[in-house]
Design a protein. Sequence first.
Lengths: 238, 103
Amino acid sequence: MDSEIEKPSAPRWTFAAFREGAVAALPILPGLAAFAMAYGIVASRKGLSLADALLMTGTVYAGLTQMVVLETWPSEITLSAGIGIVAITLLVNLRYVLIGTTLRPLLHTSPAYKVYPALYLLGEPNWLLSLRYHANGGRDPNFLVGTCAMMYVVWVSATIPGFWLAAAAGDPRRFGLDMVVPAFFVAMLVPMWKGPRRSLSWLVGGAAAVAVYTLFGGYWYVVAGALAGCIAGAFTDD
Amino acid sequence: MIESDPVGFISLLAAMSAAVYLTRAGGYWLIGRVTIGPRLRRMLNALPGAVIAATIAPILVQGGLRAVLAMGAAALTMYLWRKDFAAVAAGAAAAAGAFALGL
């Protein structure tokens, strides 16, 4: 593996790199805050208390997962519903497996007791920024931690205004608040569009989800659709 | 509801957090040990899009014209300006307009 090529001296985790990472994350913050507000809106709409919403966002800390899970949130947390939610969580975040593999060059010279806690707050923007940092010659893993810390603070705190907004708005349909998350999902899909062939997995996933939802209702339709879609994706050439 | 079952809620959050962490640390841990082939890589690449499509497709089918208008406005805004905040605002505005028209 190419990750084993360089074996530099002792890894440094400096505050300077932490600060550099925090500053590098600044351009992402407006979009992140908007996303967090959208999460606050859905959480409020689904009947979570503000404390529950903050607890979820502070511990799970995976925006897309929180959105998908809340969109299919059960009225009562049964064991079956819980298993379904954890299955969705695993599926939505399986992409992190790929992301984690690409961080090996930046992190592999550091001791495990430092690396593994740092990975807890890993997200796509942190990953992209860290790859760029490493490509530009940066070697201090604290850069990654800095980007993560900055995003974490904004992500958790921006949930609060979103929650209050939804609570004050009354009927969510009046201001289109029930369409905030679907609109956000559509917005996320647009840049991912790589032509009709590459996006066959969306069509298959969507169709399977509609079929399962129509036949069985409940919340397993996301899992069924995601599995069908990624299997279709596996057999689609690049 | 949720408030009446704090233990269930907390256990669910713990299980979700563990699942997320498993994926965050799993790839880093795994790469030293196995190789991810092209098929598995394509599968993992297809996952986010498939998950999103699977989440919104039933909403689109169920929500009727109002949902179609909202998501169409979001898609168009995103396509034109590549600003997710503007796309969400356009989607919500279209949905609010459709609601006001009784759709």
